[in-house]
Every structure is written in structure tokens, then in C-alpha cells.
Write a protein that binds this ligand. Sequence first.
Ligand SMILES: C[S@@+](CC[C@H](N)C(=O)[O-])C[C@H]1O[C@@H](n2cnc3c(N)ncnc32)[C@H](O)[C@@H]1O
Length: 214
Amino acid sequence: MNSYSRKCKIKHTDEMKNYERYKSLTAEDCKRELFMLLLCRIPADRKIIPYLSTLKGKKILDVGCGSGFYTKLLIEKNKVVGIDQNPHLCRLSIPLHKGDATDLSTLVGGEKFDVVLSTWMTEYLNPEQLNSFLSEVKKVLNKQGIFISTFISTYCLGYTYVKLAKILKGIDKYCYPKKEIINKLKNTGFTNIKIINLNSWLYIPWAYLVVAEK
Ligand SMILES: C[S@@+](CC[C@H](N)C(=O)[O-])C[C@H]1O[C@@H](n2cnc3c(N)ncnc32)[C@H](O)[C@@H]1O
């Protein structure tokens, strides 16, 4: 059974409409949506999945775990805790906190992790929220802990994906240039920053897999 952290309140801001979209989804809807997303995700997963498969014996915090598409690949060999605004989407037997990515340290109550993972979540964070999220990631990581995350790029398909979300669904999503991602990570104190291009079918990076050390 999932144990929801009920102590934590969701912030009711203008950005809530982004999360409300997920509130009305079920785990099954999410699978159907993933099927559509696979059009973009297949090339990305060719890089993300082999990378995640190397993680063994780690304590991992999966922020914005959603239905647990990647989480389920990790739970056999690692200890995984999830955080999401919409924890009802996740049916995996992992400890799960309901709350915002900008409140990580409060949500996990002093617990520390070897890895903070966040896949396809940062696109919901505006620049200010992204700064808070990165600071919180740093707080909950062990010494020499690793942050692994995806970011939507400002190129071609990445930019189109973000714009279409606004035009078709009224959802605010954000894409970040490589340089800005690196600067934000450096300013937060991360080191050894690696950026792996996640290419679309046209070999243009529509997103990035980012790995950084505390
Ligand atoms: C596109 S889904 C990705 C789910 C999963 N990580 C994956 O890769 O399949 C985005 C998830 O992030 C969650 N989310 C969005 N913004 C969030 C925030 N500020 N704090 C916590 N979760 C958030 C949503 O509820 C949703 O479950």
C-alpha cells in the first residue's frame, strides 16, 4: 500500500491548473497518454533506460514519479521513495509523499538520498520554481549524491511541445536552453555536470538528460 504523507498541503497558486490536469487522470489514462508520448519518448528512452539500469543499491527519491514508468525499473535493485502532486497515479508499492517539488526537504522530513531522479517533471516548473527545486534537491542529497533529470530543450520539437501544451490544453510548460540549465546547476552548487542530448527522430535534441553531482 502507498503511504501518503497527508501532513503536506499543496500550494494553491495559478499554476494549479497544470496539476489539475493530472488530478482527473487515473493510472490507466496515464498509460494511454504514455502510449502517445512514446512517439517522443522512444528515442529518449534508448538513452534514459540503460542509464537508469546502472543504478544498484541506491536510495532514490523520484520527484514527479507519476505512474512510475521509470520507477518500476528501479525498485528491484534500489530503495525508491516517490513524490508527486498526484500520487493516485502511482500503483507501485513504494513510500509515496503527496506534495510539491519545491518542498522536498519538508516532505521527506530530514531523510537523505543517494540519487534524486526527476523525469519529465521540470517542464512544469517556471524559472523561479526550478531554482527552488534545485536548492531542495541539494538539501535532500547525501554528500556526493547525484541528481538525474530530464529537461525539455528550446530546439524545434522541444519548443513546439511546450507551445502546443499551451495552445491545445492551456497548460504552462517551460523549456530551458542548455546554458541556462548548466548555470542554474552551478549556481546551486552542483559539480560534474553532464548533459546528454535526447534526440528526436530528426537527431535534433528535443530534451536533455542531465546528471550532476552534489
Ligand atoms: C509527465 S508526468 C511524468 C511522470 C514520470 N516521472 C514519468 O517519467 O513517466 C509529470 C508528473 O509530474 C507531476 N508534477 C508536475 N509538477 C509537479 C510539482 N511541482 N511537484 C510534484 N509533482 C509534480 C505530475 O503530477 C505528474 O505526475
